[in-house]
Design a protein around this ligand. Structure first.
Ligand SMILES: NC(=O)c1ccc[n+]([C@@H]2O[C@H](COP(=O)([O-])OP(=O)(O)OC[C@H]3O[C@@H](n4cnc5c(N)ncnc54)[C@H](O)[C@@H]3O)[C@@H](O)[C@H]2O)c1
Length: 451
């Protein structure tokens, strides 16, 4: 068996080093598409497998529906990046990377059905000697307990680490980040065996801007856990500063000033900022993957639960600020404009966005709500209603404007000057205190008094 492993690993190593390994990326979304482009950029032939027929069509035309890098994508598609839906192409591939969604079920438990389904389908086409890497964020143990048996079920491969190779390597893409991307961010790699880890590290070192951007974990579980820790760390710290923001307002203090002051400490402090809640595909969901797994060990992840509780209440706090701003006028029948439905600035992604929650609560309480987002022209509310972004020309007509997402293209001074009442949930109106009618989350009322 050791000879078999060494022969297969040696053959794959050579192909990766020579750039002749064929790489498959399954799930061409925010994570998978930049990764597929990264390998193709380095000269690897890439097979992208994507369930969504429209995405396959767009990709085949060289349309980058994630980052808009059409000019970069077009030549790659013409030469070596192929998108399709037929899993039998995997029979020609040497490395297979899984980037499918890992959402929560209605009961807020891990839904790993995508990972399971795709792993089974890979198992029906995999060849001995292939490397399989899971990138989807998930609980510790998934690669070994879910992916591995599914890959081996069809009998085409028998034993991970012997006749094929298996690893977990989390993605760290931060949409909208101008400095860090898939290619220049350190990539953690955890193999099921040392050889699995070696091969995965070698593969990614060829895709990354520099070969030393790979950091080895001792196991797939360690890599799975560290990814969850990254996201839990953010969730907990955001909850902490959200709680502080509410308290500061009550105490007549400005949390934004407090954060600025604390940030002057050159060690042991890292700033997080309050806001209307947390959104996106990761921070609101991933921590609960660990909560679920921890139960198996009779352990309750109290920090995660508490952070979830505080962050989930933030949209309600924002609505209470709107009510306060409206004063005697009250919410019923009031015209409210929500600025920004993306979950964070400068991205066109409304998934799990707290703005949507703010919008819904306002509506349920009788307000007449519109939204504007320069990057999201239409979206569907949870209730199923389709909404369209309105023009900013009529800003003055609204009783209250809620700045939920601080997109860079917003002219804040102009918005503040033209709004009758403005609720700023992102702290971006600091310095505009001379203007009347601004309520800033985490800051005292304009009279400056504690309440
Ligand atoms: N988006 C982020 O910022 C980010 C960051 C780090 C990690 N992650 C993790 O990466 C994983 C993927 O996230 P994403 O944001 O890219 O999701 P996404 O929804 O943008 O992309 C996933 C893609 O997989 C496709 N897909 C689903 N089932 C499939 C199947 N059976 N066969 C082929 N394709 C299939 C979907 O159509 C979709 O295009 C998740 O586990 C997520 O938690 C995401």
């Amino acid at each position: 068996m050791i000879d078999l492993e060494q022969n297969l690993a040696g053959a794959l190593r050579r192909k990766i080093q020579e750039g002749t390994a064929r790489v498959a990326v399954i799930g061409l979304g925010y994570v998978g598409l930049p990764l597929a482009m990264g390998f193709a950029r380095r000269g690897f032939a890439v097979e992208g497998l994507e369930d969504n027929a429209e995405k396959v069509r767009l990709l085949s035309e060289g349309f980058d529906y994630i980052d808009g890098h059409h000019d970069e994508l077009k030549p790659l598609v013409a030469e070596r990046l192929h998108a399709g839906r037929d899993f039998s192409v995997l029979e020609t591939c040497d490395a297979i990377i899984i980037c499918v969604p890992t959402p929560l079920t209605r009961n807020r438990e891990p839904d790993i059905s995508y990972v399971q389904d795709v792993s089974q389908r890979i198992g029906q086409h995999i060849r001995p000697g292939t490397l399989v890497v899971l990138e989807s964020t998930t609980y510790p143990g998934t690669t070994e307990e879910v992916v591995r048996p599914a890959l081996e079920a069809a009998g085409r491969v028998r034993q991970a680490g012997e006749d094929y190779f298996l690893a977990f390597s989390p993605e760290r893409v931060d949409p909208g980040n101008p400095n860090y991307n898939t290619y220049n961010t350190i990539k953690v790699v955890g193999g099921l065996t040392p050889t699995c880890g070696d091969l995965t590290a070698l593969l990614y070192s060829r895709m990354l801007d520099r070969p030393d951007l790979v950091k080895r974990a001792t196991s797939t579980r360690a890599a799975e856990m560290e990814k969850l820790f990254e996201n839990i760390f953010r969730s907990v710290n955001i909850a902490l500063v959200n709680e502080l923001a509410i308290l500061c307002r009550e105490m007549g203090l400005d949390v934004w000033e407090i954060i600025e002051l604390a940030s002057t400490k050159p060690y042991g402090f890292m700033p997080f900022h309050p806001g209307p809640g947390i959104g996106g595909h990761c921070i609101p969901l991933d921590p609960f993957y660990l909560t679920w797994k921890a139960r198996e060990f009779d352990h309750q992840t109290r920090f995660i639960e508490l952070a979830g509780e505080i962050n989930t209440r933030m949209p309600y706090h924002v609505v209470s600020l709107v009510v306060e701003a409206l004063g005697e006028k009250g919410l019923k029948g009031a015209r409210v404009l929500v600025l920004g439905v993306a979950y964070k600035k400068d991205v066109a992604d409304p998934r799990e966005s707290p703005s949507l929650r703010v919008l819904e609560i306002l509506r349920n309480r009788g307000a007449r709500v519109d939204y504007h987002d320069p990057l999201i022209p239409t979206f569907r509310c949870h209730s199923g209603t389709e909404m369209q972004s309105v023009d900013l020309a009529n800003l003055e007509d609204y009783d209250c404007v809620v700045l939920a997402t601080d997109h860079s293209t917003y002219d804040l001074a102009e918005i503040a000057a033209r709004s009758r009442r403005l609720v700023d949930t992102r702290g971006v109106t600091r310095g505009l205190e001379s203007l009347k009618g601004i309520t800033r989350l985490g800051a005292p009322n304009q009279d400056g008094k504690a309440r």
